[in-house]
Design a protein around this ligand. Sequence first.
Ligand SMILES: C[S@@+](CC[C@H](N)C(=O)[O-])C[C@H]1O[C@@H](n2cnc3c(N)ncnc32)[C@H](O)[C@@H]1O
Length: 377
Amino acid sequence: MWRALGRAIRDWRNARLVDPIFQRRLAAFPLTRPIVRREAAALFDVVAGFVYTQTLLACVRLGVLQALRAGPRDEAALYATAIQGVEPITREDFALLLRAGAALDLFERDDKNLWALGLRGAALLGNPGVLAMIEHHAVLYRDLVDPLAMLRAAPGTTALANYWPYAAAAAPGSLERPAATAYTALMSASQSLVADEILDAWPMRGRRKLLDVGGGDGTFLRAAGGRHSALQLMLFDLPAVIAIARERFMAAGMSARAEFFGGDFTADMLPRGADVVSFVRVLHDHDDATVARLLLAAHDALPRGGELLIAEPLADTAGARRMGDAYFGLYLRAMGRGRPRRREELARMLRVAGFGPPREWPTRVPLQVRVLTAERR
Ligand SMILES: C[S@@+](CC[C@H](N)C(=O)[O-])C[C@H]1O[C@@H](n2cnc3c(N)ncnc32)[C@H](O)[C@@H]1O
């Protein structure tokens, strides 16, 4: 009954809101005016989002945020720094960009007429992973310039599929190192956002050996090893990525604690010996059939009582639905494979593979990643 009432109220609301005269009345009425203003601003953000992202990209490419890290600068000095080593833009266009960035809270101009970092600009500088993603989004937006063309594109023909070559490769195991270098570096840079969230949320409690599957260059594994000095580390990824990872572990002085396994998890078994298997930002990259296979492979690799860790952004996350359903929904579609899943969907797939019900470990910012564990039965 309550659901039927909810639907009736929604239909009544929508029938009125599509009427411009009703909208004007809402805006004129003092009690509803604040709601109208808030909603109009939110709707404008949805309409204008691409302009904001491109303003941000221009500012990042000109190094404006980075140039303000050391403190406020006057506009002429900032301009001189920004155009060094890049094809210049005019001073007028630079001023236009700064004003646009100020409207987005990236910068602010103070009472001495100096430019300083704004709240969001300062927060961005503290997240090198996000800066790397802003530059990376240029590839995604090439596909999204014509969203319907992207949705009609055959798998493997988009710019993003080219960036993530394993998504469309018939034999991902034979990818060469140059094909894996850019995405592996991006994953490592953006892993800084994720590893601390996971390791703060999930108590590893007496676990002995962690196998990180699709672990890239091992950034997450090294972070886990850094927190738990007795933990032994196993890394599984494509052979081209494992070659990069070996160098990273060597540089970090952690090679002796790690075992490396190059292979293709759509075709090969996972190595045994670990009591925890993790998939960090891996499952949502793959279609259901591959995820089902991966969960069975993890079940096979783990002993009874072993633990499976899944960490990735999920669909239908309260307070972060835009990230799961809108952003990752379209991102993964452009990549050509995978989808964000709801917790209940993962729970069902885990049960089928022989795991117990997942337990969620709340993260501080569920926008970036949610953390689930399940026991191997
Ligand atoms: C989105 S990245 C995530 C990397 C890392 N877990 C992280 O969060 O930074 C997905 C990883 O899965 C690996 N991968 C994709 N397909 C694979 C396959 N068929 N076999 C083994 N690894 C694969 C990729 O090489 C990549 O390192």
